[in-house]
Design a binder for this molecule. Structure first.
Ligand SMILES: Cc1cc2nc3c(=O)[nH]c(=O)nc-3n(C[C@H](O)[C@H](O)[C@H](O)COP(=O)(O)OP(=O)(O)OC[C@H]3O[C@@H](n4cnc5c(N)ncnc54)[C@H](O)[C@@H]3O)c2cc1C
Length: 467
């Protein structure tokens, strides 16, 4: 029995059912289904968890959660291929994110990784930092590595600040590394989240040198696979000077939920109970009884919990009381995504790149502090259904940005969001709320954004999109 029908629970069930990596069945199995007789209990009305596509207005579908898989960590991509989705995998249609620094979007330093440039000249010219901040970051080339970089864990913020200085840590690198987990740089463990940063310093004595070394390796025709010894381990590795670099991110063209749909199909819908919230796991003879909110308890020989830690607390409270405290201590952050669909003809007016990130506390006036990033979704993941409309996705919620107000990720209710039209001058020009589905207004979904407007897009498509 698997409790939780997100990608983790579905994958566990798929493997338990006898499907081996690469598509083989378990030894002695008469077919791929001849593994454990497995049942998935899922609390909500759909399987897939945080991998979900949200239908917005006008046939537009946008990811509510994950939009892609990191190719460097190949398991999700391999699983897609194993499930027959290999031909659907696409790389982003645009590259190059921006960081909101010193009051404007600034392209992330070229040729770097996680925002760390590999060349001194690139760093010295990077306009996102003050001159003092750039000079301090250069000290990374001179500072000796410390024991903590190899032997003890520390926070990502501590490592970056020591190597590059507080300004570069917060502005140039921080938004990229903390954004992935919506975490607080000063609380994220290097060992758990970015061990390659410590390894880069240990091997190369400097983050900048490690980035440069990895870029050279990637550019070399005889380049070997990327290693964990550099912060650019996610960087492409060229097989030949003319071959296009391998993609860093990949996603099924129909959205990441294609993976969970394919998993659910392979497991068999009859083995996935929806609207079946587990409330407790108890001992029952040699096995377990999983209590349900609505319905009879289900007996199982073994139980896999694939639910968030806070949900697991109640499930194991009676069975393993000692687990409650450590599970409760695992922090979670409430996040939200807001999809913005602009009128026909706006797509070409989007700025280049994939979008921008807000370093902590840098959001301009009128943008809620909870907003952490804006993705030019129609540039990054172009889809025929978008036509020539600009589609954006704004992300909110981080450990450092306070509570996301009334976030209801996954809601299809038209939001109470207000939106600043292109060219709007700031406070006091907020327009009336736009509703989802309106032809002229950007449509919002996935979150209730109360009070303040989503980030003002700093582009000028020529005419207001919402009046
Ligand atoms: C906004 C956002 C963007 C992201 N972007 C990316 C990205 O680009 N790339 C990437 O790789 N990752 C990304 N992630 C992370 C990724 O989506 C998650 O790590 C992953 O989907 C988690 O899967 P899971 O199965 O562990 O948990 P979940 O998806 O949370 O699934 C848990 C399931 O358990 C169910 N459940 C809970 N309690 C019970 C109960 N008592 N009984 C029965 N069922 C229960 C829930 O309904 C849910 O379906 C993103 C996450 C978010 C939120």
């Amino acid at each position: 029995m698997v409790v939780g029908g997100g990608v983790a629970g579905l994958t566990a069930a798929y493997r338990l059912a006898g499907h081996r990596p690469g598509g083989e069945a378990a030894p002695g199995a008469a077919g791929a289904r001849a593994g454990v007789d497995v049942l998935v209990l899922e609390a909500s009305g759909r399987a897939g968890g945080k991998l979900l596509s949200v239908h917005v207005a006008g046939g537009v579908t946008v990811e509510g959660g994950a939009d892609s898989f990191l190719a460097r960590k190949p398991w999700a991509v391999d699983l897609c291929r194993e499930l027959g989705l290999g031909d659907e995998l696409v790389a982003p249609g645009a590259s190059g994110a921006h960081i909101w620094a010193r009051g404007r979007p600034v392209a992330i330093p070229a040729g770097g990784a996680f925002g760390v440039p590999g060349e001194v000249a690139t760093l010295l010219r990077w306009p996102g930092l003050s001159v003092a901040g750039r000079l301090r970051a250069l000290l990374d080339l001179r500072l000796p590595p410390r024991l903590t970089e190899s032997d003890r864990d520390e926070s990502v913020g501590a490592l970056l600040t020591r190597r590059l200085g507080r300004e570069a840590a917060a502005t140039m690198v921080g938004p990229l590394v903390s954004g992935i987990a919506a975490g607080d740089l000063d609380l994220l463990s290097v060992r758990a989240s970015f061990p390659e940063l410590a390894e880069a310093v240990r091997r190369h004595g400097s983050l900048i040198r490690a980035t440069r070394a990895a870029a050279r390796r990637a550019a070399s025709p005889t380049a070997a696979s990327p290693t964990a010894a550099s912060p650019t381990a996610a960087s492409p590795t060229a097989a030949s000077p003319t071959a296009p670099p391998p993609a860093i991110f990949l996603a099924p063209s129909g959205g990441t939920a294609r993976l969970t749909e394919a998993l659910a199909d392979a497991i068999g819908p009859e083995r996935i109970l929806l609207d079946a919230r587990a409330t407790a796991v108890r001992r029952a003879g040699d096995g377990y009884a999983v209590e349900r909110e609505d319905g009879e308890p289900v007996l199982a020989d073994a139980v896999v919990l694939a639910v968030p830690a806070y949900a697991a607390v109640a499930l194991v409270a009676e069975l393993v009381p000692r687990a409650a405290a450590p599970l409760t201590a695992i922090p979670y952050v409430s996040t939200a995504s807001v999809a913005l669909v602009f009128p026909a003809g706006t797509g070409r007016h989007l700025p280049p790149g994939t979008g921008f990130l807000f370093p902590r506390g840098s959001a301009p006036a009128g943008v809620p502090a909870a907003v952490t990033a804006v993705t030019w979704f129609s540039r990054k993941w172009p889809r025929p259904a978008f036509g020539d409309r600009a589609v954006g996705r704004s992300s909110g919620g981080a450990a450092t940005s306070g509570r996301w107000s009334s976030a209801t990720v996954g809601s299809s209710t038209p939001s109470s969001a207000t939106w600043m039209p292109p060219g709007g001058s700031g406070r006091g020009r907020r327009r009336r709320p736009c509703s989802a589905g309106s032809g002229r207004c950007p449509s919002t979904t996935s979150a209730t954004w109360s009070g303040s407007p989503p980030p003002r897009a700093h582009w000028r498509p020529g005419r207001p999109a919402c009046s």
